[in-house]
Design a binder for this molecule. Structure first.
Ligand code: SAM
Length: 318
C-alpha cells in the first residue's frame, strides 16, 4: 500500500544519517570508532556544508545529553526514539557516562538489522556483555535486552504498545529520564508527535526531551528541502510543526512540559567551542559560506524539561 511505501522510505532515512555521519567521521569532523560497523564503506563524497551541518548536529545533541547525564550523576535513563543505527550507547560506555539503562526504539526491521550487526561484531557486542551481570542476556533477531542497553522494535505512532514494551524491559518511571528524537518527529503527523511528547511528560516527573529537526520551512529554501525529500517518496507529515522556533517550543509547553528552549543550528554552530570549529573549518575548503548559513538556519534543536526533583536540569543549555 501507499502507507507501506511511505514507511519504507522513512526507514531508509536511517541509512542517510548513517552514511553522512560515517563520511564526516572519515574526514575527521569528530571521532566515532563504532560507525564503521554499521556502514561498511565510507560511500560517496558529501559536500562540506553537509559535513559541517552533521558536525553541529552531533556536537549539539551530545553536549545537551552529556550535561543531563552529569547533572543526574548517571542515575538516569535515556530513551532514544527512532534511534536508527545510532552509536551513542558505545560512546557513553567509553566515556564512563553510561546511564542506568539506555533504551532505543525503531521499526522492527531497522532493529533487526542493528541487532544482526551487533551479534556479528565483537567491538559492538563486547561492551554490552561487559556491562551485563547475569547470564540472562536476551539477544534474538528482534530484541536485545541487557542490564544497561535495550533495543525495542515498535512503531512510535502506537503509544500504548510502546509504553507496554518499555515497561516489560524495566523502564523505571521514578528515574530522571532523557528522551531523544533526532530527525524523527518530522516524519509523523503533528498529532502523532504530540502524543509522544504528551506521553513523555505524563510518564516522568523529572525529564528532558531533545528534538532535532527542520525549522523555518515556509520560505523558499524550506520548500526546496521538502520537494527534495518528497521526490524520494519521503513524506514529511510533521513539517507543519516545523514552521518556527516558537512552534517547536509551543508543542512542548502545551503538552505538560515546564520549560522549553529552541535554537536554529546556525546559532548552535556559533555557540560550539570555537577552537574545535576552527579545526573542522580547516578540514575542507568551503567557498559558499552563504549556503552553509541557509542550511543551518533550516534545522533546529529544541529541548524541554520538567524537574520535580529540582536537579537544575532546566538550566542546561548550549
Ligand atoms: N536518530 C537517528 C540519527 O539521527 O542518526 C536516525 C534518524 S533517521 C533520519 C529516522 C529514524 O526514525 C529511522 O531509523 C526511522 O526508522 C525511525 N522512525 C521514523 N518513524 C518511526 C516510527 N513511527 N516508529 C519507529 N521508528 C520510526
Amino acid at each position: 500500500t501507499d502507507s507501506d511505501t511511505a514507511d519504507e522510505a522513512v526507514r531508509a532515512t536511517c541509512d542517510d544519517a548513517t552514511t553522512c555521519k560515517r563520511f564526516a567521521t572519515s574526514k575527521g569532523y569528530w571521532k566515532d570508532p563504532y560507525m564503521q560497523y554499521f556502514a561498511r564503506s565510507v560511500g560517496e563524497r558529501k559536500a562540506p556544508e553537509i559535513n559541517r551541518g552533521y558536525y553541529a548536529r552531533v556536537q549539539g545533541m551530545n553536549h545537551l545529553l552529556d550535561a543531563f547525564i552529569r547533572k543526574t550523576e548517571c542515575d538516569c535513563q535515556v530513551i532514544n526514539l527512532g534511534a536508527g543505527l545510532d552509536t551513542t550507547f558505545w560512546r557513553l560506555k567509553e566515556e564512563n557516562l553510561l546511564p542506568r539503562k539506555f533504551f532505543e526504539i525503531d521499526f522492527p526491521t531497522v532493529v533487526a538489522r542493528k541487532i544482526h550487526n551487533i551479534k556479528k561484531k565483537p567491538p559492538l557486542s563486547k561492551p554490552i556483555i561487559e556491562t551485563h551481570s547475569t547470564d540472562s542476556l536476551l539477544l534474538d533477531a528482534h530484541s536485545l535486552d541487557s542490564d544497561r542497553y535495550c533495543i525495542i522494535g515498535a512503531d512510535l505512532r502506537d503509544i500504548s504498545t510502546l509504553d507496554q514494551k518499555l515497561k516489560k524491559f524495566q523502564l523505571n518511571q521514578e528515574l530522571p529520564t532523557m528522551l531523544l528524537s533526532e530527525c524523527v518527529l518530522v516524519y509523523m503527523t503533528p498529532s502523532h508527535s504530540s502524543n509522544i511528547i504528551h506521553w513523555a511528560a505524563e510518564s516522568f516527573h523529572t525529564a528532558m526531551f531533545i528534538n532535532y529537526e527542520q525549522v523555518n520551512m515556509s520560505d523558499r529554501f524550506g520548500q526546496v528541502m521538502i520537494e527534495n525529500l518528497q521526490r524520494r517518496q519521503c513524506n514529511l507529515a510533521g513539517v507543519e510543526a516545523c514552521q518556527s522556533l516558537e512552534s517547536q517550543k509551543e508543542r512542548f509547553l502545551k503538552s505538560g512540559w515546564e520549560h522549553a528552549d529552541a535554537l536554529d543550528m546556525m546559532t548552535v554552530y556559533s555557540m560550539l567551542p570555537q577552537e574545535d570549529v576552527a579545526r573542522i573549518e580547516r578540514l575542507e575548503f568551503l567557498d559558499e559560506k552563504e549556503l552553509l548559513h541557509q542550511l543551518l538556519q533550516h534545522y533546529s534543536i529544541c529541548w524541554a524539561t520538567k524537574d520535580k526533583l529540582n536537579l537544575g536540569i532546566s538550566y542546561i543549555t548550549l
